[in-house]
Write a protein that binds this ligand. Structure first.
Ligand code: GLU
Length: 504
């Protein structure tokens, strides 16, 4: 048998913002596809018109653009298996529903909501299945004439899947191994509704996976309970041979305690659960996103890649290309992955350090602007290079290094008490004179001249440097003094010394 071409799909329903778990699912699909030289397809599963949210599809597309996950085919990408939006495939589904009806694998059901409620009241734990279907109003209990008359009369109906009871259904999962469940626990799922002429998720999902020649279904664990039904549908259509391999990814769990990660955890602990900021069109609620919160897309990718998978050693920093090489579905964990958002912050810090100074500077320029600072780009680059290893987010650069751009507005009281001695004003006046005489204001030259001066005068280096720092930075922290002076320049250095002498 020839190897099957790898074709995977990410198939969201446009019901709102894309959850970060969905991003991880898409990422794993992408890594798997690229690793096998296969195709990654973007399909929109929008057959549930009640849950449709305008803007969601665009949001999802923009998210992947930002994250650097490209698709080969699908909505907005084109391809030969289209249309890729399920609402545009009605006629296709109708045909396949008919095939199941004709093959006696499905049946019409006319039970009204009231009738169903009555049955639920009558039978404890009522389930529409082999044990109850013969008590219901459907094409198995009604005559052909009655059925035709009901349909011709414009009565609403659904088509239900006729599940044979007491059969073991085997699902081979690349992560979980063999999962066996008995068909008796399944109900006769609705596959199609005449009310809107649309199939339900299950039918559309299977028909499309088949027609689009999907080889691997990689999706969240929450879809595992649907898998037996999906296997039975493949069988009912006679498509066993082209059934995709399944891989159900572990759930993302709360950072602390038990249970599934929720948006509320994010709100409570202050981290986003969406890739981009989301403005809910109905409620008007705005939810934070990784992009707007200052995360680098590479950091988000790296962080997510390790939620449920690891390369088998303790390597943590991996580029997308490395992930493509190392990723292995069979090394995904079965148990849920704790969403350690602090690790996400750590990744961001690591990626900020790895990024070229120019790139960090470019991200820092708008932050500076917010603070009314506009300075030559080279200066921003120099500061970014010197300070980026101290922050986890670019915007934090302002708190750590505003003194490069503006003189301290005040002096930290404690530091003043400790570092500004009675003789400091005198010493700083002299230092200002020394600095004024330095032509070549490079770090090395300043350091040489100032150190010589200190030695000549017999001053204490600590006294000088501490007071100097206080005058320039306003507190006792910051990088090497001459790194600072070389960047802010002679004029500004002297001006700040004079200001401190006057004010302290
Ligand atoms: N439309 C489903 C979702 O929203 C797709 C599930 C699947 O991948 O089969 O996740």
């Amino acid at each position: 048998m020839t190897e099957r071409r790898v074709r995977v799909r990410f198939a969201p329903s446009p019901t709102g913002a894309l959850h970060i778990g969905g991003v991880r699912t898409a990422l794993y699909n992408y890594l798997f596809a690229r690793q096998h030289g296969g195709d990654m397809i973007f399909r929109i599963e929008d057959t549930d018109s009640n849950r449709f949210v305008p803007g969601a599809e665009e949001y999802i597309l923009e998210s992947f653009k930002w994250l650097g996950i490209p698709f080969d085919e699908g909505v907005s990408f084109g391809g030969e298996y289209g249309p890729y939006r399920q609402s545009e495939r009605r006629e296709i589904y109708k045909k396949y529903v008919q095939i199941l009806l004709d093959g006696d694998k499905a049946y019409y059901a006319f039970d009204t909501p009231a009738e169903l409620d009555a049955k639920r009241a009558e039978i404890v734990n009522f389930q529409y299945d082999a044990s109850t279907r013969m008590q219901m109003r459907n094409s198995l209990t009604l005559s052909k004439e009655e059925v035709d008359a009901l349909i011709d009369g414009g009565n609403q109906y659904v088509v239900r899947f006729k599940i044979e009871p007491n059969e073991d259904v085997h699902i081979t999962d690349l992560i979980r191994g063999e999962v066996v469940i008995n068909s008796s626990i399944l109900d006769d799922k609705v596959l199609y509704k005449s009310a809107d002429g649309l199939p339900t998720y299950h039918l559309a999902n299977i028909v499309d996976d088949h027609l689009m020649e999907i080889s691997h279904v990689i999706r969240g664990e929450e879809w595992l309970p649907s898998a037996p039904l999906h296997v039975l549908l493949y069988r009912a259509f006679g498509w066993e041979d082209s059934m995709p391999a399944f891989a159900h990814l572990p759930l993302l769990l709360k950072p602390e305690g038990n249970g599934k990660l929720s948006k509320r955890d994010g709100d409570r602990l202050g981290f986003p659960v969406f890739p981009l900021e989301w403005h809910d069109p109905k409620s008007g609620e705005v939810s934070s996103g990784y992009r707007e919160s200052g995360y680098l897309p590479e950091a988000v990718i790296n962080f997510l890649a390790l939620l449920g998978w690891n390369p088998g050693n303790d390597q943590e920093i991996m580029s997308m290309d490395e992930l493509v090489q190392l990723f292995d579905l069979s090394h995904c964990s079965k148990s849920g992955a704790k969403f350690d958002y602090k690790k996400g912050i750590w990744f961001n810090h690591e990626y900020i350090m790895m990024k070229p100074d120019e790139e960090i500077a470019r991200l820092f320029v708008p932050v500076l602007k917010e603070h009314g600072v506009e300075e030559p780009f080279e200066k921003v680059v120099a500061v970014a290079g010197m300070m980026k290893n101290r922050v986890s987010f670019v915007r934090e650069l302002w708190e750590t290094c505003s003194f490069f751009f503006v003189a301290p507005a005040e002096y930290d009281e404690k530091t003043v008490k400790k570092r500004w001695k009675e003789y400091s004003a005198q010493q700083m006046t002299e230092l200002a004179e020394v600095l004024a005489g330095i032509e070549d204001f490079s770090i090395e030259n300043q350091e040489k001249i100032v150190m010589n001066w200190i030695a000549e005068k017999g001053y204490h280096t600590g006294d000088i440097m501490n007071a100097f720092r206080l005058a320039l930075v306003g507190e006792g922290k910051g990088p090497h003094m001459f790194d600072i002076t070389a960047i802010i320049g002679r004029e500004e250095t002297i001006a700040r010394l004079e200001k401190a002498i006057e004010e302290l």
